[in-house]
Design a protein around this ligand. Structure first.
Ligand code: ADP
Length: 749
C-alpha cells in the first residue's frame, strides 16, 4: 500500500528523546517524498481535529532535538477509549488524506493505535455512507498503517533493550543521588530516595548500581522474608562499622514485600530511623526525573527509531499488522505491536499474582545479571573464603588515556574478586607500576565511593612496554606471585596485553590469564561495540554543543566543532546525530577538497535563504592536511561574507567529569565478566589472553591471537565498525528536503 501522508503523535507520559524521534520521522519522511502531519496533544488533538492536526515541515523540527519533553504535546484522552472518540479520530485523518500513523508512547498509547487500526475499515465505510468524508475514501484508504515507538521513562517494554526517555531519567536520578551522597557524607546520614518506574525496577536498580547505593527495593525482587526491616538496619550498621560515611537506600515506586504490600519510602524511613536511632531523610524525586535536556543516548535512540519507523512504513511490512520499533544490541528491530504490548503486560501480571521469579525471568538476562552483581557489590564486607579454597593473587591495572568509568570498573573487579576469596592488587600508574613493581593491596573499603568518580584513581600510562621493561614486568609478576592480570583501558592496554601474549615464549612469567576490558572514550577497540567512557564523552560533547548553539542565535554563523577520537570517527558521528549537525567529517570516509567545496555551496545556499546557524562536526584526525583551521578559513573566505565561521576544539573536557550512568553500569558489568574469567581460568590452570566486550547485546571474549586480524593498526581502530551504518541517517536528516516537500508550515504553538 502506498501511504503518502502520515500523522505523528506523542501520547501518555512525556519522555526525553521524543523530540529527536519526531524530528527524524518528519525529515526521513520528507526525504522520501512523504508528508507528515503533526497531531498535537496526542489522541485528544486527533479527536479534536482543526488546527491540532497540521503539516510539519523540515524547519519546524529544527532546534528541537535538545529539548526535553515533546514539542507537539502529549495528553491522556478518555474519549479515545470510546468508539465515538475513535470514529471522530478516523474522520479527522480521512478528511486530510492521512492513512498512516506513527505513535510514540507507552503500551496504552500503542494499544490505542492498534484498536483504531482494527476498526478502521468499518469506520471508513461508515463515514463514507454518512457523507462525513468524500465518496471514494474507502477505496483510497482501505487501511491504517500503524507504527509505534516506545517512549517511556520506565524502560518497561518487552522486545527493546531501552525505551526512549529511560536513559535521561537515569541521568536525572543519578545526578540527584550523587548530590545527596555528598551532603549525606558530610553529616554521616542515611537517605531514602524514591524513584519512578511504575511496575518496573529498571531505574531503581540501575541507579543503585551507578551510585553504589547501599540497598535497593524493586518490584521484581521483594525481600525474601518478613524480616527485611531488621536486616536492612543490620546491613547499614555493618557498613558504617566498615567505614562507610553515609547510606543511601533506593526505593522503586512499585516496590512491595513478598505479600504484595507496598514498601514505600516512608516505610523504609521508619524502619531505618527506628533501627538506627537517628533522623533519616526521604527524597521523592518525582517529576524532575522526566525533565531536562535529553541525554546523548536518548537523542540518538529517538533518531534511529524515528528513522526506522519511516523505513518500516516504506517497506510495506506494517501494512497487515502494526509494528513497534525496538533496539536490540544497538540495532533497530521490528516487533509486532501486539506481542510487544502482551509481553510487557505479562510482567505486570506476574507481579500482581506474586510470581516474582517469573517476572524477573521475563525482564531478561541483562537485568538479572545486574541484580546479581549489585547484590555482591553492596555487601558490607566480602564473604569468608571457603575452607581449602585456593586464593589467587590478581592484579588490576589501567593503560591508555583516562576514561570515565575506569574507577567503577576497578571497584567492581576488586570487590567481586575479594568476594570470591582472592587477593586483589591494584597496580599504580599503569604499565609503569608493573615495570616498577608498584602494587598495592586492595581491600573492600579501598574502593568505597569509587562508582561515581571520574578519572582513574589507580593512575594510568600511555607507553607500550618493550625491551628491558618486559623483563622488569616478568620479574614483577614472579615476585608478586601474580596469578592473573586484568587490564582496564584503551588502545595502549590492548597493545600491551598483546605484546605480553606474543612474548610468552621469551618470558614464561607472562603465561598467566590476561583479560582486557575496553575503556576509552574513543570507542576504537576491537571485540566490542561500546567501550567504557564513550557515553560520558558523548554527553560532554552534546552539552557543550548545545551551549555553543545557544550562543549563536543572533548572528549568521557556522561552527566547526572538533571532537576527539583520533582517526576513529565514533564520537564525531554519534555527536553529530545527537546534536543535529549538518555535516560530519570522518577519517573513515575521507575528506576531499571537492567535498568541502560542495559543503560550502550548501552552506551558502542555506544562509542566503535565512538560515542562522551552521554546525559541522569533525573528528580530530579526519584529515591531517585539511585540518579544522583550514576548513574554517575556507568556509569564511569563500562564504561571500554571508556568515562567519568559528572553530571550536573541544579538547580534554571530553574525557573529564563524572561518568554517565551507562558507563558506570557497563563498567560494572564488564568488570564482573573480566575478573570472573581471569579467576576461573587461573583456577583451571589455563592462561588465555583475551579481550571482552558486548556485540549485538551478547558477551564476547576474543583471543589475542585474533587481535592483529581485527584491528587496523596504523589508524588505531577496528577494521569493522558497526556504527558506520548510521551515517546514512545523519545524511538523510541533515540534507534539505527534496523539492516539492512541505517545508515551511506554520510553527507549532
Ligand atoms: P501510556 O501510553 O504511557 O501507557 P496510558 O496508558 O495513559 O499511557 O495511555 C495513553 C492514552 O492512550 C490514553 O489516554 C488513551 O487515550 C489511549 N489508550 C490507552 N489504552 C487504550 C485502549 N485500550 N484503547 C484505546 N485507547 C487507549
Amino acid at each position: 500500500m502506498n501511504v503518502t501522508r502520515l500523522g505523528v503523535l506523542t501520547s501518555g507520559g512525556d519522555a526525553s528523546g521524543m523530540n529527536a524521534a519526531v524530528r527524524a520521522i518528519v525529515r526521513t519522511a520528507l526525504d522520501n517524498g512523504l508528508e507528515v502531519w503533526g497531531i498535537f496533544e496526542g489522541y485528544r488533538g486527533l479527536i479534536e481535529g482543526g488546527d491540532m492536526i497540521r503539516p510539519l515541515g523540515w524547519r519546524d523540527v529544527g532546534g528541537v532535538i535538545h529539548r526535553g519533553g515533546t514539542f507537539i504535546g502529549s495528553a491522556r484522552s478518555e474519549a479515545f477509549r470510546t468508539r465515538e472518540g475513535r470514529l471522530a479520530a478516523a474522520r479527522n485523518l480521512l478528511q486530510r488524506g492521512i492513512d498512516g500513523l506513527v505513535v510514540i508512547g507507552g503500551d496504552g498509547s500503542l494499544t490505542g493505535a492498534d484498536v483504531l487500526r482494527r476498526e478502521w475499515p468499518d469506520f471508513v465505510r461508515e463515514l463514507e455512507a454518512s457523507g462525513a468524508v468524500e465518496p471514494g475514501a474507502a477505496a483510497r484508504h482501505p487501511r491504517l498503517v500503524v507504527v509505534g515507538l516506545v517512549g517511556s521513562i520506565d524502560n518497561d517494554a518487552a522486545g527493546t533493550d531501552m525505551t526512549i526517555g529511560a536513559d535521561t531519567a537515569l541521568h536525572r536520578i543519578t545526578e540527584a543521588i550523587d548530590a545527596i551522597g555528598s551532603t549525606a557524607s558530610s553529616h554521616r546520614r542515611a537517605f531514602v530516595v524514591e524513584v519512578m518506574g511504575r511496575h518496573c525496577g529498571y531505574l531503581a536498580l540501575m541507579a543503585a548500581i551507578a551510585t553504589g547505593a547501599d540497598a535497593v527495593f524493586i518490584p521484581e525482587d521483594p525481600p525474601p522474608d518478613d524480616d527485611w526491616e531488621r536486616r536492612l538496619v543490620g546491613q547499614i550498621v555493618a557498613g558504617r562499622q566498615a567505614g562507610r560515611r553515609h547510606s543511601t537506600v533506593v526505593v522503586a515506586e512499585g516496590a512491595t514485600d513478598r505479600h504484595g504490600a507496598a514498601i514505600t519510602s516512608e516505610r523504609v524511613r521508619e524502619a531505618l530511623s527506628g533501627g538506627l536511632g537517628e533522623a533519616v531523610r526521604v527524597t521523592v524525586l518525582g517529576h524532575v526525573q522526566r525533565g531536562g535536556a535529553p541525554s546523548a543516548f536518548d537523542r540518538t535512540l529517538g533518531t534511529i527509531m524515528g528513522h526506522a519507523a519511516i523505513e518500516t512504513v516504506l517497506s510495506g511490512e506494517a501494512d497487515e499488522r502494526a509494528l513497534v520499533m525496538g533496539m536490540r544490541g544497538n540495532r533497530a528491530v521490528r516487533i509486532p505491536l501486539e506481542a510487544c504490548v502482551a509481553d510487557s503486560r505479562a510482567v505486570n501480571e506476574c507481579l500482581s499474582s506474586r510470581q516474582y521469579a517469573r517476572a524477573l525471568d521475563l525482564r531478561g538476562p541483562g537485568f538479572n545479571d545486574s541484580l546479581a552483581t549489585y547484590r555482591t557489590l553492596v555487601r558490607a564486607l566480602p564473604r569468608t573464603p571457603r575452607e581449602g579454597q585456593r586464593r589467587l593473587r590478581l592484579a588490576v591495572l589501567h593503560a591508555g588515556a583516562p576514561s570515565p568509568g575506569m574507577n567503577a570498573a576497578v571497584r567492581a573487579a576488586v570487590r567481586l574478586g575479594l568476594d570470591d576469596g582472592h587477593q586483589m592488587l591494584g597496580v599504580r600508574r599503569g604499565v609503569h607500576g608493573l615495570v616498577g613493581a608498584d602494587l598495592v593491596a586492595m581491600d573492600w573499603m579501598s574502593v568505597n565511593g569509587w562508582a561515581p568518580m571520574g578519572g582513574a584513581e589507580l593512575g594510568t600510562s600511555r607507553e607500550v612496554p618493550a625491551g628491558p621493561d618486559l623483563y622488569a614486568i616478568a620479574r614483577t609478576i614472579e615476585r608478586e606471585s601474580l596469578d592473573g592480570l586484568l587490564f582496564i583501558g584503551g588502545w595502549e592496554a590492548y597493545e600491551t596485553a598483546h605484546r605480553l601474549f606474543e612474548e610468552r615464549a621469551n618470558y614464561p612469567a607472562f603465561g598467566v590469564p590476561i583479560v582486557c576490558l575496553p575503556a576509552t572514550i574513543d570507542n576504537n577497540l576491537p571485540g566490542t561495540e561500546l567501550s567504557i567512557g564513550a557515553d560520558t564523552a558523548l554527553n560532554n560533547i552534546v552539552d557543550v554543543v548545545d551551549k555553543i548553539k545557544q550562543s549563536a542565535v543572533a548572528e549568521q554563523r557556522c561552527y566547526v566543532v572538533e571532537v576527539m577520537g583520533r582517526r576513529c570517527g565514533y564520537l564525531a558521528l554519534m555527536s553529530g546525530l545527537a546534536t543535529g549537525a549538518e555535516r560530519v567529517y570522518l577519517h573513515e570516509e575521507g575528506v576531499t577538497l571537492q567535498r568541502l567545496v560542495d559543503d560550502l555551496a550548501v552552506l551558502v545556499q542555506g544562509f542566503s535563504s535565512g538560515k542562522r546557524l551552521g554546525l559541522m562536526i569533525r573528528s580530530e584526525r579526519a584529515n591531517d592536511v585539511y585540518d579544522t583551521r583550514f576548513m574554517c578559513a575556507l568556509f569564511e573566505q569563500e562564504g561571500g561574507g554571508l556568515f562567519d565561521v568559528r572553530e571550536s576544539i573541544l579538547g580534554h573536557l571530553q574525557q573529564g567529569g563524572d561518568p554517565s550512568p551507562f558507563d558506570r553500569i557497563q563498567a560494572t558489568r564488564l568488570a564482573r565478566l573480566g575478573i570472573g574469567r581471569v579467576a576461573s581460568e587461573a583456577l583451571a590452570g589455563r592462561a588465555p589472553a583475551e579481550f571482552v566486550g558486548m556485540v549485538s547485546g551478547m558477551v564476547e571474549f576474543h583471543s589475542f591471537e585474533d587481535y592483529v586480524r581485527l584491528v587496523d593498526a596504523p589508524n588505531r581502530r577496528p577494521k569493522r565498525q558497526w556504527w558506520l551504518g548510521l551515517r546514512t541517517i545523519n545524511e538523510a536528516l541533515a540534507r534539505p528536503a527534496p523539492r516539492g516537500a512541505v517545508r515551511d508550515a506554520p510553527l507549532p504553538r
